[in-house]
Ligand binder design. Sequence first.
Ligand SMILES: *Cc1c(COP(=O)(O)O)cnc(C)c1O
Length: 860
Amino acid sequence: MFFSNGSGKGHKRSLTGFTPTEIKAIDNSIPLKAREAWQKYGTKEFESAEELEARFIDHVETTLARSMYNCDNLAAYQSLSSSVRDKLILRWNKTQQLHTVKEVKRVYYFSLEFLMGRALDNAIINLEIKDLCNKSTNELGFRLEDLIETEPDAGLGNGGLGRLAACFVDSLSTGNYPGWGYGLRYNYGIFAQKIVDGYQVEAPDYWLKFGNPWEIPRTEIQYPVDFYGYVSTEKDEKTGALYKQWHGGERVLAVAYDFPVPGYKTSNVNNLRLWSSQPTTEFDFQKFNQGDYTNSVSQQQRAESITAVLYPNDNFYQGKELRLKQQYFWVAASLHDIVRRFLKTKKPFSQLPDYVSIQLNDTHPTIAIVELQRILVDLQKVDWHEAWDIVTRTFGYTNHTVMSEALEKWPLELFANLLPRHLEIIYQVNFEFLQDVERKFPTERDLLTRVSLIEESSPKNIRMAHLAIIGSHRVNGVAELHSELIKTTIFKDFVKIYGSERFTNVTNGITPRRWLKQANPKLSELIASKLGGYDYLTKLEKLQELQNFLEDSEFKKAWVEVKKYNKVRLTDMIKTLTGIEVNPNSMFDIQVKRIHEYKRQQLNIFGVIWRYLQIKATPKEERADKWPAKVCIIGGKAAPGYYAAKKIIKLVNAVSDVVNSDPDVGDILKVVFIPDYNVSKAETICPASDISQHISTAGTEASGTSNMKFVLNGGLIIGTVDGANVEITREIGEDQIFLFGNLSEDVEELRHEHNMGRLTIPDALNQVFDAIESGTFGNYEEYRTLVENIKFHGDYYLVSDDFESYLEAQRTIDKEYKDQDNWTRKSIISVANMGFFSSDRCIEEYADNIWNIEPIKEQV
Ligand SMILES: *Cc1c(COP(=O)(O)O)cnc(C)c1O
């Protein structure tokens, strides 16, 4: 009603077009009485425990329509979340108004996955209202920790790539950057993993079962998205020019759901917009008239299936039509939203790249390049070449893998059927690109075949990574080694064509708010006590100052106690989840991540089996002296269709059963498989390691981020010279890390040797295989694949080549762990040097080198 004065004056109802002065005038036109009432009763910016309690009770009684006397933990969690959310939304509104009025350049992070985990604790930390929330919930008869634990994880991702996107939106908000995330609101996130008789069983994750207080449905923001159909050529009535028009054959609606993303110690709140698919209300009368009512309903259900479920593959491409539908649905809705926002500024399209930057998280959103070209050329009638220039200046592409099984290549037929006009555009882009290449390298015929967007195989495929490179102004890898590898292997032809300026590196990072403050409150408090407060959480380089306390024995004692506390916390979790009792005084050796042959959990478990055999072979009275007590912890999900990965899980569980019940071994060795690894479990696990394993075959792990999480929490790591392990070593120093194994430059040659039949299994590994084959861990048939992949099928992941140096590194760890004082020293030095791995640094590099955006500070 406050905007009603504008109707006759040509004022738009949207914010755009209002100057800050005009907005103030509108604000001031609110009747005084209403303003006073709002300030007295309506303010959501609660500042005292009483105000928060009032809001809480209000949400119990009105939002949930319940009474305080039947308010259980779930209802309390929902009411507290709604109360905290209210506070966020006010800031969210202000932030968005500021960005709109100032017409700032925004970055849009396109990611098919956002592995957010829980929101409540994170919001409480970022708003710095922990004490307030503790007090209020206690007074109302609840424990804050219980309410926090009630929240289901938002598991809208598989692993590292999705968690990276979640850390990035946190850092965008904290750094005051105008940045939105765009993704899909899956009804089912990553499956819940159950372990039954040692096997992984997948259960659907219906995370929205009790509603979601952290999302705001924007039912008014809807876009139609088309699929299939045909393309016609039309004539422009005014100019007589010919243009193409796509007539879709199936239409669904994209509906927006917004998730406010708070920054730490700032009022800046960004937006994560996730799309949900809905049927259009257009009714299929043809089917209805044919009496086919059931069929017209099933059409509608088809629409809803698009955002029903997250594909559970990590680092693996599976060419399913529904997946391509998800990709186009998401990208089309997001781009139309962005273009609509840009059109309101009345700027010419040539300026789009001055207001919009879009980052492609892997090749999943690559059709956005084609869709923007289509919007500009077909719908907005921009000249083809001008449009292409706008497109390439808008996009940046982040590569996440060099592994061929993970590279997206859509079958041409499937693509042509679903997106006929997009295929035409791809052909045109390819034609012009190849012409350019031929002009530049007239004698190199093979080059054209290698770089073409179309793979001339049968059937033919579209190479999405090539499209992403051609359509972006920057391509980046996610750690130094990985960024070098893409330039010298999979994309080397493109370096030749474009020069190396198009290629850059941005080493991954993690947010210290979640991965230190939230996951490890005790350690962050200890650090704050030495560094004069929590400033280090936004200036992580400040951790350096911890080096001043290396001789401070009180501090070192406290450091050890924190680790012990966190190990007890994990001990409790292990008992609850598995029934296994472990001794928290043992060394905790942890490997948690998606189960994948390239990550080599098989190497880990073979090493555990070898240790078990060695312990048994050691005379009883010498065992405790020779073998430091150790708990080997492994966790992670296997893709449901990944046979070998599932066998690794089965083997870990079988070894766990045998070892843990062997009275010969006792506390000297325990083996645990933690079921259903996810973000909230990671928050308990990462602070509790003495040593963690990051042991991928060299050259296969693009970066890794759990390596960073563990080291930031004072754990040492054993790792290969791969991904970000290289830079972690550089930062914390070689003495603080246990490196082993072949280097990435040797991998190709070793694989070749294996394929020529030259492969030697070291003696220790043969002993392990003998034990498995003889049935020590149950029927050998269960594990035949794992053994034969190495013995007879070329050992692609080089387990045999790295096994001895892996055991050697483990022996070094056993030795060094005995000197606890030295171990603690290494732990402190490591943490002190982890500043570089804050995702804040990472976002700053993207902002400066790729997006060209600035932080926007609120001027109050
Ligand atoms: C950090 C994280 C990952 C990534 O782990 P990597 O070891 O880097 O592969 C995967 N899953 C979850 C739940 C995480 O928190």
